[in-house]
Design a protein around this ligand. Structure first.
Ligand SMILES: C[S@@+](CC[C@H](N)C(=O)[O-])C[C@H]1O[C@@H](n2cnc3c(N)ncnc32)[C@H](O)[C@@H]1O
Length: 377
Protein backbone atom coordinates (compact mmCIF):
# COMPACT_ATOMS: atom_id res chain seq x y z
CA UNK A 1 0.00 0.00 0.00
CA UNK A 2 1.38 3.42 -0.86
CA UNK A 3 2.08 5.74 2.00
CA UNK A 4 2.35 9.47 1.57
CA UNK A 5 3.86 12.15 3.82
CA UNK A 6 2.38 15.47 4.67
CA UNK A 7 4.69 18.18 5.94
CA UNK A 8 3.61 20.96 8.26
CA UNK A 9 5.90 23.97 8.43
CA UNK A 10 5.91 25.28 11.98
CA UNK A 11 3.94 28.47 12.31
CA UNK A 12 1.83 27.99 9.19
CA UNK A 13 -1.48 26.33 8.69
CA UNK A 14 -1.68 23.16 6.63
CA UNK A 15 -4.32 22.39 4.05
CA UNK A 16 -3.92 18.85 2.80
CA UNK A 17 -5.75 18.12 -0.42
CA UNK A 18 -5.70 14.37 -0.34
CA UNK A 19 -7.45 11.83 1.84
CA UNK A 20 -5.74 11.29 5.17
CA UNK A 21 -6.04 7.55 5.60
CA UNK A 22 -2.56 6.62 4.43
CA UNK A 23 -0.74 9.78 5.47
CA UNK A 24 2.15 10.31 7.79
CA UNK A 25 2.45 13.88 8.98
CA UNK A 26 5.88 15.45 9.05
CA UNK A 27 6.62 18.50 11.13
CA UNK A 28 9.41 20.66 9.77
CA UNK A 29 10.97 23.25 11.98
CA UNK A 30 13.16 24.76 9.29
CA UNK A 31 14.80 27.24 11.64
CA UNK A 32 16.37 24.35 13.56
CA UNK A 33 16.93 22.21 10.48
CA UNK A 34 15.00 19.39 12.14
CA UNK A 35 12.36 17.19 10.59
CA UNK A 36 10.24 15.30 13.06
CA UNK A 37 7.87 12.59 12.00
CA UNK A 38 4.72 12.76 14.04
CA UNK A 39 1.32 11.20 13.73
CA UNK A 40 -0.25 13.46 16.33
CA UNK A 41 -0.77 16.17 13.72
CA UNK A 42 -2.93 13.87 11.64
CA UNK A 43 -5.91 14.59 13.82
CA UNK A 44 -5.61 18.33 13.06
CA UNK A 45 -5.50 17.87 9.29
CA UNK A 46 -8.83 18.09 7.51
CA UNK A 47 -9.18 16.38 4.16
CA UNK A 48 -11.16 17.57 1.14
CA UNK A 49 -13.64 15.14 -0.40
CA UNK A 50 -12.32 12.93 -3.20
CA UNK A 51 -12.86 14.48 -6.62
CA UNK A 52 -15.17 12.86 -9.15
CA UNK A 53 -14.17 12.28 -12.76
CA UNK A 54 -16.48 13.90 -15.34
CA UNK A 55 -17.51 11.04 -17.65
CA UNK A 56 -18.37 13.38 -20.56
CA UNK A 57 -14.88 14.88 -20.59
CA UNK A 58 -13.23 11.48 -20.15
CA UNK A 59 -15.15 10.04 -23.11
CA UNK A 60 -14.08 12.99 -25.25
CA UNK A 61 -10.43 12.62 -24.17
CA UNK A 62 -10.50 8.87 -24.84
CA UNK A 63 -11.64 9.43 -28.41
CA UNK A 64 -9.27 12.32 -29.18
CA UNK A 65 -6.12 11.29 -27.34
CA UNK A 66 -6.14 7.61 -28.25
CA UNK A 67 -6.15 8.77 -31.88
CA UNK A 68 -3.45 11.43 -31.34
CA UNK A 69 -1.18 9.70 -28.82
CA UNK A 70 -1.95 5.98 -29.27
CA UNK A 71 -0.82 3.76 -26.37
CA UNK A 72 0.77 6.74 -24.61
CA UNK A 73 -2.72 8.06 -23.86
CA UNK A 74 -3.83 4.95 -21.97
CA UNK A 75 -0.85 5.09 -19.60
CA UNK A 76 -1.26 8.88 -19.14
CA UNK A 77 -4.96 8.26 -18.45
CA UNK A 78 -4.13 5.84 -15.60
CA UNK A 79 -2.14 8.61 -13.88
CA UNK A 80 -4.70 11.36 -14.51
CA UNK A 81 -7.44 9.18 -13.02
CA UNK A 82 -5.41 8.55 -9.86
CA UNK A 83 -4.81 11.90 -8.07
CA UNK A 84 -3.27 10.04 -5.14
CA UNK A 85 -0.30 9.23 -7.39
CA UNK A 86 0.37 12.84 -8.42
CA UNK A 87 3.69 14.43 -7.53
CA UNK A 88 4.25 18.07 -6.51
CA UNK A 89 7.31 20.24 -7.06
CA UNK A 90 8.63 22.71 -4.47
CA UNK A 91 10.13 25.78 -6.16
CA UNK A 92 12.36 27.61 -3.66
CA UNK A 93 12.24 31.39 -3.43
CA UNK A 94 15.82 32.69 -3.54
CA UNK A 95 14.68 36.06 -2.14
CA UNK A 96 13.32 34.59 1.10
CA UNK A 97 14.98 33.36 4.26
CA UNK A 98 15.42 29.68 3.37
CA UNK A 99 17.13 28.87 6.68
CA UNK A 100 17.45 25.07 6.69
CA UNK A 101 14.59 24.34 4.33
CA UNK A 102 16.84 22.72 1.70
CA UNK A 103 18.31 20.43 4.34
CA UNK A 104 14.83 19.52 5.62
CA UNK A 105 13.56 18.69 2.15
CA UNK A 106 16.63 16.57 1.45
CA UNK A 107 16.10 14.78 4.74
CA UNK A 108 12.55 13.96 3.65
CA UNK A 109 13.84 12.37 0.45
CA UNK A 110 13.43 15.34 -1.89
CA UNK A 111 16.03 15.89 -4.60
CA UNK A 112 16.75 18.84 -6.85
CA UNK A 113 15.16 18.56 -10.29
CA UNK A 114 18.01 20.49 -11.88
CA UNK A 115 21.75 19.91 -11.66
CA UNK A 116 23.32 22.68 -9.57
CA UNK A 117 26.74 22.53 -11.17
CA UNK A 118 26.81 23.62 -14.74
CA UNK A 119 30.01 23.27 -16.81
CA UNK A 120 30.95 26.31 -18.93
CA UNK A 121 30.13 24.42 -22.11
CA UNK A 122 26.45 24.02 -21.23
CA UNK A 123 24.18 26.58 -22.79
CA UNK A 124 21.49 26.47 -20.10
CA UNK A 125 23.03 28.47 -17.28
CA UNK A 126 19.61 29.41 -15.85
CA UNK A 127 19.65 26.07 -14.00
CA UNK A 128 22.09 27.58 -11.54
CA UNK A 129 19.68 29.72 -9.51
CA UNK A 130 16.46 27.84 -10.09
CA UNK A 131 15.88 25.25 -7.39
CA UNK A 132 12.91 22.95 -7.58
CA UNK A 133 12.73 20.01 -5.19
CA UNK A 134 10.84 16.92 -6.20
CA UNK A 135 10.00 13.62 -4.53
CA UNK A 136 9.58 10.28 -6.25
CA UNK A 137 6.49 9.62 -4.09
CA UNK A 138 3.27 11.67 -4.10
CA UNK A 139 4.36 13.77 -1.13
CA UNK A 140 2.76 17.17 -0.71
CA UNK A 141 3.76 19.90 1.71
CA UNK A 142 1.24 22.64 2.55
CA UNK A 143 1.03 25.97 0.79
CA UNK A 144 2.19 28.97 2.83
CA UNK A 145 -0.25 31.73 3.75
CA UNK A 146 0.10 35.37 2.68
CA UNK A 147 1.58 37.60 5.42
CA UNK A 148 2.18 41.21 4.52
CA UNK A 149 5.89 42.12 4.69
CA UNK A 150 7.07 38.49 4.71
CA UNK A 151 8.38 36.62 1.65
CA UNK A 152 7.18 33.07 1.10
CA UNK A 153 9.87 30.40 0.97
CA UNK A 154 8.45 28.16 -1.75
CA UNK A 155 5.78 27.76 -4.42
CA UNK A 156 4.14 24.42 -5.16
CA UNK A 157 3.79 23.52 -8.82
CA UNK A 158 3.75 20.80 -11.42
CA UNK A 159 7.49 20.55 -12.08
CA UNK A 160 6.85 20.28 -15.85
CA UNK A 161 5.71 23.94 -15.67
CA UNK A 162 9.38 24.83 -15.43
CA UNK A 163 10.10 23.51 -18.92
CA UNK A 164 8.81 26.67 -20.71
CA UNK A 165 10.86 28.86 -18.35
CA UNK A 166 14.02 26.78 -18.82
CA UNK A 167 13.47 26.93 -22.58
CA UNK A 168 13.08 30.72 -22.42
CA UNK A 169 16.53 30.76 -20.77
CA UNK A 170 16.35 34.36 -19.56
CA UNK A 171 19.73 36.03 -19.06
CA UNK A 172 20.57 38.80 -16.58
CA UNK A 173 19.28 42.17 -17.75
CA UNK A 174 17.01 40.93 -20.55
CA UNK A 175 13.58 42.47 -21.12
CA UNK A 176 10.94 39.79 -20.77
CA UNK A 177 7.20 39.67 -21.37
CA UNK A 178 5.01 37.03 -19.72
CA UNK A 179 1.91 37.54 -21.86
CA UNK A 180 -0.61 35.38 -19.94
CA UNK A 181 0.81 35.45 -16.46
CA UNK A 182 -1.74 34.71 -13.71
CA UNK A 183 -1.53 33.25 -11.15
CA UNK A 184 2.18 33.96 -11.62
CA UNK A 185 4.00 30.63 -11.30
CA UNK A 186 6.08 31.15 -14.42
CA UNK A 187 6.81 34.83 -13.72
CA UNK A 188 8.06 33.69 -10.36
CA UNK A 189 10.23 30.96 -11.91
CA UNK A 190 11.69 33.50 -14.38
CA UNK A 191 12.69 35.69 -11.43
CA UNK A 192 14.33 32.70 -9.74
CA UNK A 193 16.34 31.88 -12.86
CA UNK A 194 17.76 35.35 -13.51
CA UNK A 195 17.27 39.02 -12.72
CA UNK A 196 15.78 40.54 -15.87
CA UNK A 197 16.16 44.20 -16.83
CA UNK A 198 12.37 44.26 -16.90
CA UNK A 199 9.74 41.59 -16.37
CA UNK A 200 6.38 42.63 -17.78
CA UNK A 201 3.70 40.24 -16.48
CA UNK A 202 0.30 40.62 -18.08
CA UNK A 203 -3.10 39.09 -17.37
CA UNK A 204 -6.50 39.80 -18.98
CA UNK A 205 -8.85 38.54 -16.29
CA UNK A 206 -9.27 41.09 -13.44
CA UNK A 207 -9.67 38.57 -10.64
CA UNK A 208 -6.63 36.62 -11.85
CA UNK A 209 -4.69 39.88 -12.32
CA UNK A 210 -5.25 40.63 -8.60
CA UNK A 211 -4.05 37.11 -7.80
CA UNK A 212 -0.93 37.71 -9.94
CA UNK A 213 -0.15 40.94 -8.04
CA UNK A 214 -0.45 39.08 -4.76
CA UNK A 215 1.85 36.28 -5.94
CA UNK A 216 4.54 38.74 -6.99
CA UNK A 217 4.19 40.66 -3.72
CA UNK A 218 4.51 37.43 -1.72
CA UNK A 219 7.73 36.29 -3.36
CA UNK A 220 9.62 39.34 -4.65
CA UNK A 221 11.31 41.93 -2.38
CA UNK A 222 10.13 45.57 -2.51
CA UNK A 223 13.69 46.72 -3.33
CA UNK A 224 13.53 44.94 -6.69
CA UNK A 225 9.92 45.72 -7.62
CA UNK A 226 11.03 48.47 -10.02
CA UNK A 227 12.07 45.59 -12.31
CA UNK A 228 8.44 44.49 -12.58
CA UNK A 229 5.61 45.89 -14.64
CA UNK A 230 2.22 44.22 -14.12
CA UNK A 231 -0.62 45.00 -16.51
CA UNK A 232 -4.22 44.04 -17.05
CA UNK A 233 -4.49 44.00 -20.87
CA UNK A 234 -5.66 41.78 -23.67
CA UNK A 235 -2.40 40.09 -24.65
CA UNK A 236 -3.48 40.22 -28.31
CA UNK A 237 -2.93 43.98 -28.32
CA UNK A 238 0.52 44.11 -26.70
CA UNK A 239 2.37 43.22 -29.93
CA UNK A 240 1.04 46.33 -31.68
CA UNK A 241 1.40 48.50 -28.54
CA UNK A 242 5.06 47.56 -27.92
CA UNK A 243 6.54 46.23 -31.19
CA UNK A 244 10.02 44.70 -30.88
CA UNK A 245 10.33 45.80 -27.23
CA UNK A 246 11.34 42.50 -25.61
CA UNK A 247 14.27 40.07 -25.82
CA UNK A 248 12.10 37.13 -24.77
CA UNK A 249 8.35 36.52 -24.64
CA UNK A 250 6.51 33.68 -22.93
CA UNK A 251 3.03 32.74 -24.16
CA UNK A 252 1.68 30.32 -21.57
CA UNK A 253 -1.62 30.25 -23.38
CA UNK A 254 -5.14 29.78 -22.05
CA UNK A 255 -5.93 26.17 -22.97
CA UNK A 256 -8.06 23.18 -22.11
CA UNK A 257 -6.35 22.24 -18.87
CA UNK A 258 -6.53 18.44 -19.13
CA UNK A 259 -5.91 17.74 -15.44
CA UNK A 260 -8.58 20.04 -14.05
CA UNK A 261 -11.14 19.58 -16.86
CA UNK A 262 -11.22 15.87 -16.12
CA UNK A 263 -12.54 16.75 -12.66
CA UNK A 264 -15.19 19.23 -13.80
CA UNK A 265 -17.81 19.20 -11.03
CA UNK A 266 -20.85 18.75 -13.28
CA UNK A 267 -21.62 17.34 -16.70
CA UNK A 268 -23.18 20.58 -17.96
CA UNK A 269 -19.97 22.51 -17.19
CA UNK A 270 -17.98 19.74 -18.88
CA UNK A 271 -20.09 20.06 -22.04
CA UNK A 272 -19.69 23.86 -22.02
CA UNK A 273 -15.92 23.56 -21.77
CA UNK A 274 -15.78 21.06 -24.61
CA UNK A 275 -17.70 23.55 -26.79
CA UNK A 276 -15.37 26.41 -25.79
CA UNK A 277 -12.43 24.16 -26.58
CA UNK A 278 -13.04 24.55 -30.30
CA UNK A 279 -12.58 28.35 -29.98
CA UNK A 280 -9.22 28.18 -28.19
CA UNK A 281 -6.87 27.62 -31.17
CA UNK A 282 -7.91 30.94 -32.74
CA UNK A 283 -7.19 32.85 -29.50
CA UNK A 284 -3.91 30.96 -29.08
CA UNK A 285 -2.78 31.86 -32.63
CA UNK A 286 -3.63 35.53 -32.04
CA UNK A 287 -1.68 35.56 -28.77
CA UNK A 288 1.32 33.89 -30.41
CA UNK A 289 1.27 36.42 -33.29
CA UNK A 290 1.11 39.26 -30.78
CA UNK A 291 4.12 37.79 -28.94
CA UNK A 292 6.08 37.58 -32.20
CA UNK A 293 5.32 41.24 -32.88
CA UNK A 294 6.42 42.18 -29.34
CA UNK A 295 9.79 40.39 -29.51
CA UNK A 296 12.79 42.09 -31.16
CA UNK A 297 14.35 40.60 -34.31
CA UNK A 298 16.63 37.80 -33.08
CA UNK A 299 14.53 37.42 -29.91
CA UNK A 300 12.80 34.24 -28.78
CA UNK A 301 9.15 33.40 -28.11
CA UNK A 302 8.21 30.30 -26.12
CA UNK A 303 4.69 28.95 -26.57
CA UNK A 304 3.33 26.55 -23.94
CA UNK A 305 0.08 24.91 -22.82
CA UNK A 306 -0.94 22.33 -20.22
CA UNK A 307 -3.02 20.28 -22.64
CA UNK A 308 -2.14 17.29 -24.82
CA UNK A 309 -4.46 18.51 -27.58
CA UNK A 310 -2.76 18.61 -30.98
CA UNK A 311 -5.15 21.37 -32.15
CA UNK A 312 -3.92 23.67 -29.32
CA UNK A 313 -0.26 22.66 -29.60
CA UNK A 314 1.46 21.61 -32.83
CA UNK A 315 -1.37 22.86 -35.08
CA UNK A 316 -1.23 26.37 -33.55
CA UNK A 317 2.53 26.60 -34.04
CA UNK A 318 2.35 25.20 -37.58
CA UNK A 319 -0.39 27.64 -38.57
CA UNK A 320 1.55 30.64 -37.22
CA UNK A 321 4.77 29.51 -38.91
CA UNK A 322 2.88 29.23 -42.19
CA UNK A 323 1.33 32.72 -41.94
CA UNK A 324 3.94 34.84 -40.11
CA UNK A 325 6.92 36.09 -42.13
CA UNK A 326 10.46 36.00 -40.73
CA UNK A 327 9.97 33.40 -38.01
CA UNK A 328 11.73 30.05 -37.53
CA UNK A 329 11.05 27.07 -35.30
CA UNK A 330 13.90 26.18 -32.92
CA UNK A 331 14.51 22.74 -31.43
CA UNK A 332 14.49 22.61 -27.66
CA UNK A 333 17.97 22.28 -26.16
CA UNK A 334 18.83 18.57 -26.31
CA UNK A 335 21.03 18.74 -23.18
CA UNK A 336 18.06 20.15 -21.30
CA UNK A 337 15.75 17.40 -22.57
CA UNK A 338 18.33 14.73 -21.70
CA UNK A 339 18.86 16.13 -18.20
CA UNK A 340 15.11 16.11 -17.51
CA UNK A 341 14.38 12.71 -19.04
CA UNK A 342 15.04 10.91 -15.76
CA UNK A 343 11.99 12.71 -14.34
CA UNK A 344 9.79 13.73 -17.29
CA UNK A 345 8.31 11.49 -19.95
CA UNK A 346 8.58 13.18 -23.36
CA UNK A 347 5.85 11.94 -25.71
CA UNK A 348 6.55 10.82 -29.27
CA UNK A 349 4.80 13.52 -31.28
CA UNK A 350 3.43 13.33 -34.78
CA UNK A 351 4.15 15.86 -36.26
CA UNK A 352 7.24 16.47 -34.17
CA UNK A 353 6.81 20.19 -33.53
CA UNK A 354 7.87 21.13 -29.97
CA UNK A 355 8.00 18.80 -26.98
CA UNK A 356 5.16 17.37 -24.91
CA UNK A 357 5.60 16.06 -21.37
CA UNK A 358 2.84 13.61 -20.48
CA UNK A 359 2.22 11.88 -17.14
CA UNK A 360 3.31 8.27 -16.84
CA UNK A 361 3.57 5.94 -13.85
CA UNK A 362 6.46 7.13 -11.63
CA UNK A 363 6.86 10.28 -13.79
CA UNK A 364 3.53 11.94 -13.18
CA UNK A 365 4.53 15.45 -14.32
CA UNK A 366 2.67 17.22 -17.12
CA UNK A 367 0.82 17.59 -19.39
CA UNK A 368 3.01 20.43 -20.65
CA UNK A 369 3.60 21.32 -24.28
CA UNK A 370 6.48 23.66 -25.22
CA UNK A 371 7.76 25.02 -28.49
CA UNK A 372 10.26 27.74 -29.26
CA UNK A 373 10.28 30.25 -32.14
CA UNK A 374 12.81 32.88 -33.13
CA UNK A 375 11.97 36.09 -34.92
CA UNK A 376 14.55 36.41 -37.69
CA UNK A 377 13.62 39.91 -38.88
C1 LIG B 1 -2.39 28.87 -18.49
S1 LIG B 1 -2.90 30.30 -17.68
C2 LIG B 1 -1.38 31.07 -17.28
C3 LIG B 1 -0.66 30.46 -16.12
C4 LIG B 1 0.56 31.26 -15.68
N1 LIG B 1 1.47 31.46 -16.78
C5 LIG B 1 1.29 30.62 -14.53
O1 LIG B 1 2.30 29.93 -14.74
O2 LIG B 1 0.87 30.82 -13.38
C6 LIG B 1 -3.46 31.32 -18.97
C7 LIG B 1 -3.90 32.70 -18.52
O3 LIG B 1 -4.19 33.48 -19.68
C8 LIG B 1 -5.22 34.38 -19.33
N2 LIG B 1 -5.77 34.92 -20.59
C9 LIG B 1 -6.83 34.48 -21.32
N3 LIG B 1 -7.00 35.24 -22.41
C10 LIG B 1 -6.04 36.19 -22.38
C11 LIG B 1 -5.69 37.28 -23.22
N4 LIG B 1 -6.40 37.54 -24.34
N5 LIG B 1 -4.65 38.07 -22.87
C12 LIG B 1 -3.94 37.82 -21.74
N6 LIG B 1 -4.22 36.80 -20.90
C13 LIG B 1 -5.25 36.00 -21.22
C14 LIG B 1 -6.16 33.53 -18.51
O4 LIG B 1 -7.02 34.32 -17.74
C15 LIG B 1 -5.18 32.71 -17.69
O5 LIG B 1 -4.91 33.33 -16.46
Amino acid sequence: MFSSKLCCIKGFSSSPLLALKSFTCVLIDSSQGQCTVTNTLAAQCKSKPQRQVCKTVLKHFDAQYSEELGEQWWSARDVLLNPLSWQYGVLLNRFSDLANLRQCLTGLGYTNLLPQTCPESQSHTTHMHLQCFIHRDPVRIPTQGHHSGWLKQYYLLNAASLLPVLTLNVKEGENVLDLCAAPGGKSLAILQAATPGLLHSNELDKHRYDWLLKTLESYFPPTLRHLLSVTHLDGRSIGSMRPGAYDKVLVDAPCSNDRSWLYTPDTHQGEMWLKERTQLPLLQKELLCSALAAVRPGGVVVYSTCTMSRAENQSVVEAVLASYQGVELLDLDQQLIDSLSDHFYFAHLRPSVGQLVIPQKGKTWGPMYVSQLRRIY
